[in-house]
Design a protein around this ligand. Structure first.
Ligand code: HEC
Length: 145
C-alpha cells in the first residue's frame, strides 16, 4: 500500500519531528507569556507609578522626573530595582533637569513584579531590547545599599 510505504520510509522521522513540534509549542507558549508579563508590567506601572510619573512616563514639571526617554533609566539599569523597592533621594539629574525631591520605596512589590515593571519601562519607553530575568532583579535587590 502506498501509505504504508510512505510510513516505512518516513516513519522514523516521526521520532525526530515529535520533539521538534513540542519544542516549537513550548517556544510559542513561552513567548506568549512574555507578552503577558509585558501587560502585567503595564498594569503594575499604572497602579503604583503613574500617579507620580504620569500615564506615559512623562513625569511632572520640575517635581517628578520622566521614566520615558529618560537618560537616567538608560544609564543606570542596575539601580532601577533598588529605586522601586527602597526609593531614592535627590539631587539627581534626568535629561539635563535637576530634581531634588525624594521617592518612597514601594516595599510590598515582589521581585517578579519589579521585573515586569522595569521591562515595561525599558522596552516600551526607552528603546531597550533585552528583558531582565527574575535572577537579574534578585541579584540587584541583594546588592541595594
Ligand atoms: C509619590 C510619587 C512617586 C511614585 C508613586 C513613584 N515615584 Fe519614582 N520618583 C519620584 C520622584 C520625586 C523621583 C525623583 C527623586 C529625586 O528628586 O531625587 C523619582 C525617581 C524615579 C526614578 C529615577 C529617575 C528617572 O525618572 O529616571 C525612577 C526610575 C523611578 N522613579 C521609577 C518609579 C517607578 C517604576 C515607580 C512605580 C513602581 C515609581 N517611580 C513610583 C516619585 C515617585
Amino acid at each position: 500500500m502506498f501509505s504504508k510505504r510512505i510510513f516505512q520510509k518516513y516513519g522514523k522521522w516521526l521520532g525526530v519531528l515529535t520533539p521538534v513540534i513540542m519544542l516549537i509549542g513550548i517556544w510559542i507558549y513561552s513567548s506568549g507569556s512574555g507578552e503577558a508579563r509585558g501587560r502585567r508590567g503595564e498594569v503594575l506601572y499604572a497602579e503604583h507609578c503613574a500617579s507620580c510619573h504620569g500615564n506615559s512616563g512623562e513625569g511632572l514639571r520640575k517635581l517628578i522626573p520622566p521614566v520615558r526617554a529618560s537618560d537616567y533609566v538608560k544609564e543606570n539599569p542596575e539601580k532601577l530595582a533598588c529605586i522601586i523597592k527602597y526609593g531614592t533621594r535627590g539631587p539627581m539629574t534626568v535629561n539635563g533637569q535637576r530634581y531634588s525631591g525624594a521617592m518612597e520605596g514601594i516595599s510590598r512589590l515582589e521581585a517578579d513584579e519589579i521585573r515586569d515593571i522595569i521591562n515595561y519601562m525599558r522596552i516600551t519607553w526607552n528603546g531597550e531590547k533585552e528583558a531582565y530575568s527574575l535572577k537579574d532583579v534578585r541579584s540587584q535587590l541583594d546588592a541595594c545599599l
